[in-house]
Ligand binder design. Sequence first.
Ligand code: FDM
Ligand code: MG
Length: 241
Amino acid sequence: PTDTSTRRGAFIVFEGCDRAGKSTQAAKLVEYLQNRHKQPLKNDETSIASNLKVSETMTNNSNDSEVARLWKFPDRTTLIGKMIDAYLKKTKDLDDHVVHLLFSANRWECMNVIKNILMSGTTLVVDRYAYSGAAFSAAKKDLDINWCKSPDIGLLTPDIVFFMDLEPEEAVKRGGYGKERYENLEFQKKVRKVFLDLKDSSWKILDARQTIPELHQQIIETAEEVIKKCESIPFSENLWK
Ligand code: FDM
Ligand code: MG
């Protein structure tokens, strides 16, 4: 059996266009992983207690024993993240190249923390990553896909990418888009095209038209396999190398 002290967590990424259900499924996966090793629930009280544990660990930076943790890119809490936030909320305009590099820098500035989380044995579930970075920028007219990928080369490689695939025409029916930049049908259609060209061997494409429980079931089955498999293999910093 593997020495538990050397087991690392898995690096699990969710990608897709807006309103495909990434955030819902990422949160449900984290909740599932956190409850997995607990005693079977006896009554509602234990269930409430474990739900409290979820929100507790999501805000706690240094809990070595946590099984899984949720992360999100862009991380709008950092200095770079605040510039990205202003750009997305359209209170600030930035050159397309500049904002692309900020999104990438926002990932690089998190790499050490993320590596430490994984090495402590915690599985990290990440809502958007470098694939969003390349897809949203390359969907703009003047940015070349290879140029878009280059600043993210060498980032931590995901152990799996769940690509939640939904036609933007379907996505928009889910209560419409918000007011942030990029939240419009024509642009999302271009983004989906670029996304599908970025598919690599780490991807599992999910049909996001399915129900929340159906998708969750497929995700936990694959995630369990991936978590098991990567316990014994080190993570690599080889993205797009
Ligand atoms: N986005 C996200 C990018 O353009 N580049 C990136 O590198 C990342 C991570 O930012 F429209 C876009 C995708 C989306 C917006 O994302 C904010 P959320 O998930 O809606 O907060
Ligand atoms: Mg959004």
